[in-house]
Design a protein around this ligand. Structure first.
Ligand code: KDG
Length: 321
C-alpha cells in the first residue's frame, strides 16, 4: 500500500469498566479497566495484522486520556493527531455481562460532553487523510455531536475527492441517537468501497427487507462489497454478482462487545491483501470469535499467526454459495 499510513480513522476512545462478575451492575463489586472504542479497536486489529494506522480524536487532560494514548501508542497506532483537550474529561462506559441474556453484554455510557465529543472539522487534517490508503468511519462518531458529525463529513469528503477508499461500518448505537430517523442520515455513506453492517442496523435502513435484499440495495448505491455480521450465525458478504456465507466458530463467550471490530479488522486486512472474499469472511469470523473469549475489545485481537493457529485448531467451516 502507498502513502504514509494504510488506514486512518476518527472517533472516540473510552475507558471501559468491565464487570468482573456477571449480573446486574448494581450488584457488581469489581470492575476491570480496558481501553476501547469501535474505530480505534478496528485500527488496533489492523495494526496487529501488519498495517500502519493513524487515529484522529480528542482525549481529556486526565489520567484516562494518558491511558488511552499509552495504549494506542503501545499497539502501534499513530496518535500524533489525537488532541489533549483540557476543557472536558475522557469518556467512560460500563459493561454488564451475561444478564439478562446469558452470553450477551449491555453497555452504559458516561460520555456526554466528553473531550472526544468536542472534536470538530478543524481537527481533521486533509493531509493526514490524503496520505492514507483508506479512511475507516463508523456510525458512532456522527452521533456524538454535530461538530463530530462535521469532522466525519470532512474526512469523508477529503477521501472521496482524493480517491482514497472509504470503509464504513453502520454501527447504529440507538442510545446515542435522538431518533432512528436521525440515524438514517448515515445512509449517505453507503457508496463506500466496503460497508460493514449487521441485521439490526439493516432493519433501521431497510425495514422488513430480507438481509440479502437490503445488502443489494447498498450495492446499488455504489458499494463494492457489503459485509453483514450475523453474530452466532457467522457472516455473509454481498457483491454485485455473488453472495457468500461463512459459518461461525463456536467459543465460550466472556464478553461479545468488540467482536464486530475484530471481525472488521481481519476482513479488511484480508481484502486489502487480495484474499478471496469467502476466505476473508473466515478470517473475520475467527477474529470476532477470539475477541469474545476475553473481557476487553482489543486484548484478544489476533495476529495472522494467531488466526492460523486458531483456525487450524478448529478445522475449516466455510460454506460458499
Ligand atoms: O464496538 C464496540 C464498541 O461499541 C464499544 O467498545 C464502545 O465504541 C463504543 C461505542 O461507542 O459503543
Amino acid at each position: 500500500m502507498s502513502g504514509l499510513l494504510d488506514f486512518v480513522s476518527l472517533g472516540e476512545v473510552l475507558v471501559q469498566l468491565n464487570a468482573l462478575s456477571p449480573g446486574p451492575l448494581r450488584y457488581v463489586k469489581y470492575f476491570e479497566v480496558h481501553v476501547a472504542g469501535s474505530e480505534a479497536n478496528t485500527l488496533v486489529g489492523l495494526s496487529k495484522l501488519g498495517y500502519n494506522c493513524g487515529f484522529i480524536s480528542r482525549v481529556g487532560d486526565d489520567e484516562f486520556g494518558k491511558l488511552i494514548l499509552n495504549t494506542l501508542r503501545g499497539e502501534g497506532v499513530d496518535v500524533s493527531r489525537v488532541k489533549v483537550d483540557a476543557e472536558a474529561p475522557t469518556g467512560l462506559y460500563f459493561i454488564q455481562r451475561h444478564f439478562p441474556v446469558p452470553g450477551k453484554s449491555t453497555v452504559f455510557y458516561y460520555r456526554s460532553g466528553s473531550a472526544a465529543s468536542r472534536m470538530n472539522a478543524e481537527d481533521v487534517s486533509e493531509e493526514y487523510v490524503k496520505g492514507s490508503k483508506a479512511l475507516f468511519i463508523t456510525g458512532i462518531t456522527p452521533a456524538l455531536s454535530s461538530s463530530c458529525s462535521k469532522a466525519v463529513e470532512k474526512a469523508y469528503q477529503t477521501a472521496v475527492e482524493n480517491n482514497i477508499d472509504v470503509i464504513f461500518d453502520t454501527n447504529v448505537r440507538k442510545k446515542l441517537w435522538r431518533s432512528l430517523e436521525d440515524a438514517r442520515m448515515l445512509a449517505k455513506y453507503f457508496n463506500s468501497k466496503i460497508v460493514s453492517t449487521n441485521v439490526e442496523d439493516l432493519e433501521v435502513f431497510f425495514p422488513n427487507l430480507p438481509v440479502a435484499d437490503a445488502a443489494k440495495k447498498i450495492i446499488e448505491r455504489g458499494c463494492e462489497v457489503v459485509v453483514v455480521k450475523l453474530g452466532e450465525e457467522g457472516s455473509m458478504a454481498v457483491t454485485k454478482d455473488e453472495i457468500y456465507k461463512c459459518e461461525p466458530y463456536r467459543v465460550t463467550v466472556e464478553d461479545p462487545i468488540g467482536a464486530g471490530d475484530a471481525f472488521n479488522a481481519a476482513f479488511i486486512a484480508s481484502y486489502y491483501k487480495g484474499i478471496p472474499i469467502g476466505k476473508a469472511l473466515e478470517y473475520g469470523n475467527a477474529a470476532g470469535a477470539l475477541a469474545t473469549t476475553v473481557r476487553g475489545d482489543i486484548e484478544a485481537q489476533p495476529t495472522w499467526k494467531d488466526l492460523e493457529t486458531f483456525m487450524q485448531s478448529r478445522g475449516k467451516e466455510i460454506l460458499l454459495r
